[in-house]
Design a protein around this ligand. Sequence first.
Ligand SMILES: C[S@@+](CC[C@H](N)C(=O)[O-])C[C@H]1O[C@@H](n2cnc3c(N)ncnc32)[C@H](O)[C@@H]1O
Length: 199
Amino acid sequence: MIHKDGADFNYEKQKKFWLERWEKLNYRGKLSNTTGSITKKIVREFSKLEIKFDSFLELGCGLGRNIHFFHETFPKASYTGVDINPNLRKDISRCYPDVLKFSKIVTVDALAFLKKQKPSSFDVIFTYALLLHITEDVINSVVKSIERCANRAIVIFEREKVTKECFWRIPRNYEEYFSPPCILKKPYTESNTLWIFKK
Ligand SMILES: C[S@@+](CC[C@H](N)C(=O)[O-])C[C@H]1O[C@@H](n2cnc3c(N)ncnc32)[C@H](O)[C@@H]1O
């Protein structure tokens, strides 16, 4: 379902939109410097499934909140965060400085990053409010690339329902996109759902 104003909102425009957004100083910090309460719930749900993992990748890692809380519970895994934000390291250092010490943080477009990885390079691939920004022209390539690079599980917390219509936030039912079996589906907020797919 595409919002009428988003008919020509393609991936190149989406990336430009985010780069411009990050240029606005007052946007920094607003993105994720919350209590992390939803991330903590996601970590609890994920822990219950007892999926063993050594490597964790977050696509669109923002200011590092999700990596910070996963690491708190799973300190032995290796962590990689990628985001298109050109000030990524500086912004993370303000919000979750510990993340820079134990993870590899890369400023890069998610799809370009995935295309360079070997198959099954990360045990867990995680997204939180990234796929909702991925436009229709590339969503299937992004999904296929995630599937190719994930070794054990794909954990996504993304928008499923429309609350307020907005052309740059695209709601989807991700069971219709990912092929590995969905072992958990849990609506969390009015519009967002946690899905876990196991390979
Ligand atoms: C709504 S924020 C969510 C950030 C983080 N996952 C969180 O939970 O706080 C979306 C993030 O996706 C990043 N992003 C948007 N398009 C991207 C792309 N094509 N490749 C990599 N990151 C992207 C943005 O820079 C932003 O940090």
